[in-house]
Design a protein around this ligand. Structure first.
Ligand code: PEP
Length: 257
């Protein structure tokens, strides 16, 4: 059975004090007593180090929200994946729809970042998902196929073993609209079939596919109960302990210690 994974994407939110308080509260509540559930937080770059200190020894893992496709060098304003590893990150979120839509990130760039992050020793949460217009035009599967093929170009089976896919329908991110359990399961099952045909059945079966898009306490369990939904990437509801903890608890109920 795949381990459930609940990751909080704080986006460009919190200050040091509020971020550390959130991480400290989470660390206190998320002990290692539920080996079937993995929990990570992804704060903004400046707070990675203090958050790393706050979660040290708790089992909560640390991720960043982006990294450069380049190795260290003359790239003003960029952050190299090796630097993220150096401050305690295990994870980096890549291909998030906000980066695709607001910063023009293409599948080719996401693939380059993914390769660089993996080479540095990070694991990757790779986001894919369709817009509302694409869904309404019955293009969801085709969009997912294109994003998966492009974002995983050049990534071999060993690389995929260190990648978690996050299905995040763009129309559900930060909107309060959530995919129905049927919509989520259908997209996840499609993604797993894609992985089986591009890699192999065993690897496809082992790969975690998270759902993201307005996950909250009220819908987390029913989504994560779906056979092909292996956890959640949580934005807005990861910013308050009272919102995020019930999502973690829902995962823990599904994978009791
Ligand atoms: C996200 O940004 O990855 C996300 C899923 O956001 P939200 O939970 O706020 O929809």
């Amino acid at each position: 059975m795949r381990r459930l994974f609940v990751a909080g994407n704080w986006k460009m939110n919190t200050l040091r004090e509020s971020g550390v308080a959130l991480a400290t509260g989470l660390a206190k509540e998320c002990h290692k007593s539920h080996p079937g559930v993995q929990v990570a937080v992804c704060p903004p770059f400046p707070f990675l180090l203090p958050v790393a200190a706050a979660i040290a020894g708790s089992g909560v893992e640390l991720g960043a929200q982006n990294c450069s496709p380049e190795k260290p060098g003359a790239f003003t304003g960029e952050v190299a994946s090796g630097m993220l590893l150096d401050v305690g990150c295990q994870w980096v979120i890549l291909g998030h729809s906000e980066r695709r839509a607001l910063y023009g990130e293409t599948d080719a760039l996401v693939a380059q970042k993914t390769a660089t992050a993996l080479a540095a020793g990070l694991s990757v949460i790779l986001c894919v998902g369709e817009t509302l217009a694409e869904r309404q035009a019955n293009q969801t599967d085709a969009v997912l196929d294109r994003q998966m093929a492009g974002s995983l170009a050049g990534i071999d089976a060993a690389g995929l073993a260190r990648i978690v896919i996050a299905y995040e329908p763009v129309w559900a991110i930060g909107t309060g609209l959530t995919a129905t359990t049927e919509q989520a399961e259908s997209a996840h099952s499609h993604l797993r079939k894609w992985l089986a045909s591009r890699y192999n059945a065993g690897l496809a079966d082992a790969t975690r596919i998270l759902y993201g898009g307005s996950v909250k306490a009220q819908n987390a369990k029913s989504l994560m109960e779906q056979p092909n939904v292996d956890g959640a990437l949580v934005g807005g509801a990861s910013l308050k302990l009272d919102d995020f903890l019930p999502i973690v608890r829902a995962a823990q109920e599904l994978r009791p210690a």
